[in-house]
Write a protein of this length. Structure first.
Length: 186
């Protein structure tokens, strides 16, 4: 099996020591290095441990023949655009369990026609984690509300993205979905 552990680790700016400490249970930097280079066989258990330590899916660490990861041509920071020091790639976005999407058919607020907003569904106990973020909230009769979550409690309060719109108060929604990724064609 060909892995992309090194590429993902470097793309995240982590050292072998960083990854070894983040593993559960912790391991040694030498072990991570051996797994990266293929001098030690990567089991499914190790793949899952390293993926959790890197904050990615295990599938992001495996190079599949039918998946092409785009190469990083430049890094943009406060110094401008410059070439990476090492050859690296980025994995394409993958849908996580519980994610839903919103397509933007007409520009509104910060969103443009053609945008796709990926959202992660949250249960009522987790609503507070989405404060001051854009959310989709179900309403009666198959309708939805979308806007910035500004208050939670028995009801949730949203500020719609339209300029001059009044806040919406929605009583006891069973779930809401918080925006986690914006896909935009340029």
């Amino acid at each position: 099996m060909i892995t992309a552990i090194r590429e993902v680790r470097r793309a995240k700016g982590l050292t072998l020591e960083d990854v070894s400490r983040r593993c559960d249970p912790p391991t040694t930097a030498q072990t991570i290095g051996r797994l990266e280079t293929g001098t030690r066989t990567v089991s499914i258990g190790w793949l899952n441990r390293i993926a959790a330590a890197l904050g990615v899916e295990a599938s992001d660490l495996v190079t599949l023949p039918d998946r092409t990861d785009p190469p990083v041509a430049a890094i943009l920071d406060d110094r401008g655009a410059h070439a990476p020091r090492r050859t690296t790639t980025v994995p394409p976005p993958q849908v996580a369990p519980g994610q839903i999407a919103i397509t933007v058919a007409g520009g509104v607020g910060d969103y443009r026609t053609g945008d796709v907003i990926w959202c992660a569904m949250l249960a009522p106990a987790d609503f507070a984690t989405a404060l001051n973020r854009d959310v989709l909230v179900p309403q009666p009769a198959g309708r939805f509300a979308f806007g910035r979550l500004v208050a939670v409690g028995g009801a949730v309060t949203l500020l719609p993205p339209n300029t001059g719109s009044q806040s919406l108060k929605i009583e006891d929604p069973g779930w809401l979905a918080v925006a986690v990724r914006l896909i935009r064609d340029l």
